[in-house]
Design a protein around this ligand. Structure first.
Ligand SMILES: O=C(O)c1cc(C(=O)O)c2c(n1)C(=O)C(=O)c1cc(C(=O)O)[nH]c1-2
Length: 243
């Protein structure tokens, strides 16, 4: 899959310093789905219970794709030290040991979120409510991760730089706006904050080291844009499907 390239006139210039490059990557947060109208409305309390259920059911497809895309990246990583770190991401979502408690994993926590909003485990896992564009968007992420050089796939995970805020927003607003949702159901969001922060540290380390010329740094920004577009597209599709 080719990543769309923005047209630039400065590609011949020296590479940005690591600090300036990181600032460029972080600046991409302006296009994060935290600003999508559906997300804004959801966190402002404007969604109906059916809309919340529709979002949870569709987002579940993203949740189950994440460990598959991480396994694809792992398979392309030649270095043991990187694999050791990356492996944790798979366990974060799939869990390990029994399916109770903190080691149960993100997919299990999302299943609890589903139950808290009124979706049974069977219905959630059946993927019945997942609309085609959400499948296409998530599958594009898995396919990209499998085919791209592993450092580029790592770079695409850097939308996680912006994820702690979106989780914090939900924790801050949902209990007031949606008191009908059992608070236990929000554990997924709470759990992800430290994990995302850890992931970003490693992801940035790889990205800052790998993209060494201005042109390559622009390519990294294009990769991040591609991932931002995946998340944005998902909400476009969810907004339309959940009306
Ligand atoms: O709720 C969100 O808005 C959101 C966004 C993202 C993201 O930015 O990709 C992730 C998550 N959540 C998340 O929970 C998660 O585990 C995660 C992993 C990844 C990734 O690309 O590897 N993104 C995200």
């Amino acid at each position: 899959m080719e990543i769309a390239q923005a047209i630039r006139t400065d590609s011949h210039l020296p590479a940005w310093s690591p600090e300036a490059f990181e600032a460029q990557l972080r600046d991409k947060g302006r296009a994060y789905h935290i600003h999508h109208p559906f997300n804004v409305r959801m966190n402002a309390g404007g969604c109906t219970p059916d809309e919340i259920r529709c979002w949870v059911a569709n987002r579940f497809y993203y949740q189950i794709c994440i460990p598959r895309k991480d396994a694809a990246i792992l398979a392309n990583m030649p270095d043991r030290a990187h694999r050791r770190l990356w492996l944790e991401r798979i366990l974060d979502h799939d869990g390990h040991g029994d399916y109770e408690g903190s080691a149960a994993g993100g997919i299990e926590a999302w299943t609890r979120l589903g139950e808290a909003v009124g979706i049974s485990r069977e219905d959630l896992w059946s993927l019945q409510g997942v609309v085609p564009a959400v499948r296409f968007a998530c599958d594009a992420y898995v396919n990209f991760a499998a085919k791209a050089p592993w450092q580029e796939a790592v770079c695409s995970s850097l939308t996680e730089m912006f994820a702690p805020q979106i989780h914090k927003d939900r924790l801050a607003t949902w209990p007031t706006h949606y008191p009908w949702i059992e608070s236990d159901g929000l554990a997924y969001f709470r759990n992800r904050i430290p994990l995302a922060t850890r992931d970003v540290k490693h992801g940035l380390q790889v990205t800052l080291a790998h993209f060494q010329t201005r042109q390559a740094q622009h390519h990294a920004l294009d990769i991040l844009q591609f991932k931002l577009d995946i998340l944005w597209t998902m909400l476009d599709a969810i907004e339309k499907a959940c009306q």
